[in-house]
Design a protein around this ligand. Sequence first.
Ligand SMILES: Nc1ncnc2c1ncn2[C@@H]1O[C@H](COP(=O)(O)OP(=O)(O)O)[C@@H](O)[C@H]1O
Ligand SMILES: O=P(O)(O)OC[C@H](O)CO
Length: 498
Amino acid sequence: MEHYILALDQGTTSTRAMLVNKRGEIAGMVQQETRLSYPHPGWVEADAERIFGSSVEVVRQLFDDTGVTAAAIAGIGIANQRETTVVWDRESGLPVYPAIVWQSRQTEELCGQLRARGLERIFRDKTGLLIDPYFSGTKIAWILEQVEGAREKAERGELLFGTIDSWLIWKLTSGRVHVTDATNASRTLLYNIHDRRWDDELLAILGIPSAILPEVRSSSEIYGYSDAEWFGQAVPIAGVAGDQQAALFGQGCFEEGSAKNTYGTGCFMLMNTGRKAVASSSGLLTTIALELGGKTEYALEGSVFVAGAAIQWLRDGMGLIEASEDSEKLAQSVESTEGVYVVPAFVGLGTPYWDSDARGSVFGITGGTTKAHFVRATLESLAYQTKDVLDAMEKDSGLKLRTLAVDGGAAKNDFLMQFQSDIAGVPVERPEQVESTALGAAYLAGLAVGYWQDREQIGSLRRVERLFRPMLEEGRSRELYEGWRRAVSAARSFKRGV
Ligand SMILES: Nc1ncnc2c1ncn2[C@@H]1O[C@H](COP(=O)(O)OP(=O)(O)O)[C@@H](O)[C@H]1O
Ligand SMILES: O=P(O)(O)OC[C@H](O)CO
């Protein structure tokens, strides 16, 4: 019987289960969309129970579709949307509040207070992150504050916190295992990435009792076994990483200086900086890339909050397209945007601006602007935001990128990838398998159970599907990008009225 690794990619907008074979091929995939809710402007929440339910459903469906059973699964690897925060009752197993999604901004005020107390430096030095609602720490503090009785319960050890990986593992093991991995821990604003432990000082500042925290483990080891109830028989859960770190690993970015950009709901560029935690002066985050074989590796990261989400907005909010893929043809139906810029700062701006006040804006429209220009400008915004991050990355690392490895849903868009290469002036390399996140999770699990031997073997499995080279004349590219910078600057000043 052929054995597989089961990869579970629990992303912001969808949950996917995949079977990965020895050759690193995806032998089957099932996907389910996740519904988000927006209870107030800027807030983004999800039903944690549904996230777990859909995770089980996609696996069961995958088994039904392929005829593969749990007996043929050597291990489960989990990659998850990071930072998204779940707090649940240890006894009943029920979340005390919906999952607060990473994009959600309800802790803006709390973050402002922390910054006003001059705490930015302490958090930055210890965690590599900024004080921003993006990260889990203030989300936990907010839940403990807002949900009646939650703080007292947390202090009595009756509540548990987890990012989505912890939540899924806890549920899959029917409440026996409460763990996370170092990459996920490094996104909470509570984890000291240098000492590699939960930081008491930061916990005290945020008023979070340590009893609610999961145990932090490596990214590749057997954490526990899924209860037979879920998939028919127990399966080892053997790999965990935040989805962006998983994608870095799945892309084979093992060398210092290698980088990938994932075009999903947001865009996340990570550069491997090896055993060094490089501090940034340009608004990048320093984060744990991986903990494997007793060694910790670090990465620099640039985060764009709204990327593919802007294409979804064209589809669902504006009704301009029927499916995300349609954006490609429409964009190509016009020569340029004719000066139109869309700044999709729906929840503020991340790297390098970190501006919570910025809001989405459109510039340069005329009576001649059509749907095609609008759609093209929205797609182009993904490339411009990536260029912002890339510039910061090269500046802080002192390294010039030779190629940018890409993946994620929107990386399938040829127009976008060519425009990206043109604007960034760097070759863009798309692997045959753009599901790098799932592959990364599978590789981590496979290494733990001996399905694959080492990174060398894994690296040899990667195949490039297409290389996009810069084609646009450099002066034109610079001019377009300067227009973007002006648009961003205007979008940022609008809310403040300056
Ligand atoms: N061909 C395409 N062109 C542009 N955007 C796309 C395309 N296909 C998917 N997307 C966008 O990519 C996102 C889905 O990518 P995915 O990697 O699955 O995201 P996530 O893991 O964040 O849920 C969606 O926001 C969708 O709008
Ligand atoms: O859901 P994704 O794949 O866009 O990833 C979300 C990130 O992990 C948030 O930091």
